[in-house]
Structure formats: C-alpha cells, structure tokens
Design a protein around this ligand. Structure first.
Ligand code: SAH
Ligand code: SF4
Length: 408
C-alpha cells in the first residue's frame, strides 16, 4: 500500500495563476555559485578582504548544515544576518505532495513559482532506496522538447527549463526529509567514505526533461552538489542521462566531470530515428564517437547505455548481437529497462523471458547488464511515468471539484 501525505502549506499564498508571491520575492542563496554569493555579500557592504571567509561560512551553513533560516548562522554577525534576511532567502520550495511506495520508493511533487510571465510549475522527484545506496532521480525541465515515442514526458510540450536553484532544491529537500543534514553533523562511522551514512548517496539526472538542453543550469547545480566543502556527493555517484545531444556530451565530460548515461534504445539509425528522433540530428556514428572520446573514460569509469525493452521492436537476439558489436571498444555498462506502459503509447513491454535471454547474451559477451527493476509503480514513480500521470489525476480531481461546486 502506498501512503500519500498532503503537505500543502496554507500559509503560502498562491494567486489564481498559481504564482506564489512569497517565494518569488527574494532571491534564494541556494543555487548561487561562490562568485554570485560573493557579489551578493558585496552588495550588502561586506569588505572585500572578508568576502572569501564569509562565502565559505555561508556555504557550510547552506550545504553542510542545511539551515533554513539565517538566524541559525551563529558565526555571522547579527547585523549581517538581518541584512541577509532582508534581501535574500534560504527557504525551501513548496512541497505539495509526498508519496511513499510499498517498496520504500518516495516521490515528491514540488511547486516552483512562476519565473517572469509563466505560471507556477509542478515537478516530480523520486527517491529509490536500495541496500547499499540511495538514488535520487532529479528533473531538469518541465516537459521536454524531444519526442521519444515510448516516453510519456515526450508527449508533453516543454513548459520551461528549471533554474539551477530548482534543480538543486530537489536534492536539498530530499536531504531535509530523509534526515541527511542531521547525519552530516554527527560523527559518522560508515566505512564507505563515499556514502558515509547518507540516505541520498547517488544522483541520476533521469527525471523529466533533457538535461543537456538545459546545460548551464544543470552544470551549475551539479557542480554545487559535488563541491567537496558542501554537499560533497562523489562525482562517480552522479550520472547525467541524455538522449544523445552530442555537443553537450563533450561539454559534460570537460566541464562537469560526472558519469554519463546514454538513452540508446536502438542499434540501427533507421529504428533510432523513430524511437529517439534526435538521432536524425546526431546519428549513431557521431553519438558513439562522442562516447569513445568522453573525458576520463576508463574501465573504472564506464558509460551506461540505457536500453528500453519494447516488445517485437528492439528485443530480438539479433538486436542484442548488434548492440554488443556497436559498443565494442567503449568501456560500457548496459542497463535494460522494462518498458513502463502508458495509455495510448502503442508499445508493450517485452516478455520477461525475452528480456532475460537478451540480458544473458550480453552478459556472456562480458557486459554487466542489470535489468532495471521497476520501482514505485504504485505511486507512478517509474521511468517515463513522471508528472504526466499525476497531472492527469490532478485534472480529474479538479474536474470532480468543479462538478461538486457547480452542483451545489
Ligand atoms: N531525457 C533524458 C533523461 C530522462 S529519461 C534521456 O532521455 O536520457 C530517463 C530514462 O527513462 C531514459 O533512458 C528514457 O529513455 C527512459 N524512459 C522514458 N520513458 C520510458 C518508459 N515508458 N519506460 C521505460 N523507460 C522509459
Ligand atoms: Fe525527453 Fe528523455 Fe523522454 Fe526523450 S526519453 S522525450 S529526451 S525525457
């Protein structure tokens, strides 16, 4: 059974267009890089020679201690604290729903205020606990400009890019809710230095949207997430997934340095053009060249190739053979994803037996080929199910509400 907790904050005023006036008012320090933080302090009159020290103190409060109020920053003079509070914010965004699946998966529905003219947007983030790690699946856009035919997000138009603050807030709020900030302030005894008792040990940019079409914001957020003096996630535990935006792949290696996952799904251009239409712009040869040249690629730092199992479309033994031939020479892991169906998709998930045969074959060829277990299906948190379904439910709820109002 899944549990749903309504976390709507009645104190937050949201206007009829869904704009949240309170949180839109002051710029949030979360999501600013060190230079921006320094400029913010300079504006408040902090002397030039103190800037570095103050930035580093605030960085610790924000990202090691996870404070939600300036009054907690007790090594900063009261005057500066109140100046900061007047001009800036460290508040969390509104979380309108938290759902917990029977398998422990959690899903949060965030509402982020409007930026400029648009309306407030809703974004989903999923937490997947496993025995030896906890993975947070983060969204980078609301909707997507690409139209992969098997992906429900692809049927939604792009609403907007998320800002660096909004991308990072998904991690910060998950850490709040899971108690990770409290853990980082006490002595930890875990032997694995990377995990260090954390609930969120891994991040995957595999939520809604194409992260490489929002490169600057994703880069900024991830660089803060892996900053050793703050959130300090291991860069080997942060994975960015792309449908194959070749120029962005090169920049990811050079400028961010996190792990890479490619949504491959087909081994021939003809089929990939159909399933992942960005293939027409960056065909397989170019994509795989970019992978081969990916900065820092080695057997210890492999690229993950995601492959969704679509019945009678890409799941034959012949496909498996082509896959192995295609990836020859690239340090790779292959992640088989059983297709998560959605109404009207026109696809079905391959039979389990077929998925296992496919996996066995690529395993024999020397590839680790885990089959991704669908998690959190009861709360619509599995790959490709994000947002769209819950949006539909919300529309239904709204209609029901409207009907009940008009019938009074
Ligand atoms: N836009 C990026 C990241 C988000 S999608 C990308 O495409 O890589 C995360 C993964 O879920 C991708 O590999 C995507 O192809 C896969 N996916 C999308 N819809 C799915 C569905 N219905 N069933 C299974 N996997 C799906
Ligand atoms: Fe966009 Fe990724 Fe879905 Fe393709 S699979 S439509 S790139 S979110």
């Amino acid at each position: 059974m899944s549990v749903s907790i309504d976390l709507k904050n009645p104190a937050e005023s949201v206007d009829s267009a869904g704009r949240s006036a309170k949180s839109a008012a002051k710029p949030n320090l979360i999501g600013m890089d060190r230079d921006e933080l320094s400029a913010a302090l300079e504006q408040l009159g902090v002397p030039a020679k103190q800037l570095r020290m103050r930035v580093s103190q605030i960085w610790q409060w924000l990202y090691v201690r996870g404070v939600t109020d300036f009054s907690e920053m007790n090594n900063i003079a009261k005057g500066l604290r109140s100046d900061l509070a007047e001009r800036f914010s460290v508040k969390r965004p509104e979380v309108i729903e938290e759902q917990v699946s029977s398998d422990g998966t959690r899903k949060w529905l965030f509402r982020f205020p409007s930026r400029g003219e648009g309306k407030a947007v809703e974004v989903e983030t999923v937490y997947i606990p496993e025995e030896n790690r906890g993975t947070l699946c983060i969204s980078s856009q609301v909707g997507c400009t690409l139209n992969c035919t098997f992906c429900h997000t692809g049927t939604q138009k792009l609403v907007r890019n998320l800002t660096a603050e909004e991308i990072l807030m998904q991690l910060i709020v998950a850490r709040d809710r899971l108690g990770d900030f409290a853990v980082s302030t006490v002595q930890r005894s875990n032997q694995d230095k990377d995990i260090d008792g954390r609930k969120v040990s891994n991040i995957v940019m595999m939520g809604m949207g194409e992260p490489l079409y929002n490169f600057d914001n994703v880069k900024k957020a991830l660089l803060i997430a892996i900053d050793g003096d703050g959130l300090a996630l291991s860069r080997r535990r942060v994975t960015l997934s792309t449908s194959g935006v070749v120029p962005g792949i090169v920049r990811t290696g050079e400028e961010i340095g996190v792990m890479l996952a490619i949504s491959l799904h087909a081994t021939r251009d003809e089929l990939r053009d159909e399933l992942v239409p960005i293939n027409k712009k960056y065909p397989l040869r170019e994509l795989l060249d970019a992978c081969r040249n990916f900065e820092g690629l080695s057997n210890a730092r492999r690229i993950t190739f995601e492959y969704v199992m679509l019945k009678d479309v890409n799941d034959s033994l012949e496909d498996a053979k082509e896959l192995v031939a295609l990836l020859r020479g690239i340090p790779a892991k292959i992640n088989l994803i059983p297709f998560n169906p959605w109404p009207g998709s026109g696809y079905a998930c391959s039979d389990w037996e077929k998925i296992e045969k496919f996996a066995d074959f690529i395993n024999q060829c020397g590839y680790a080929s885990p089959i991704r277990k669908p998690r959190g299906r009861d709360i619509l948190a599995a790959c490709g199910q994000l947002k769209s379904e819950s949006e539909k439910l919300r529309i239904k709820e709204r209609l029901a509400l409207e009907n009940s109002v008009t019938s009074v």
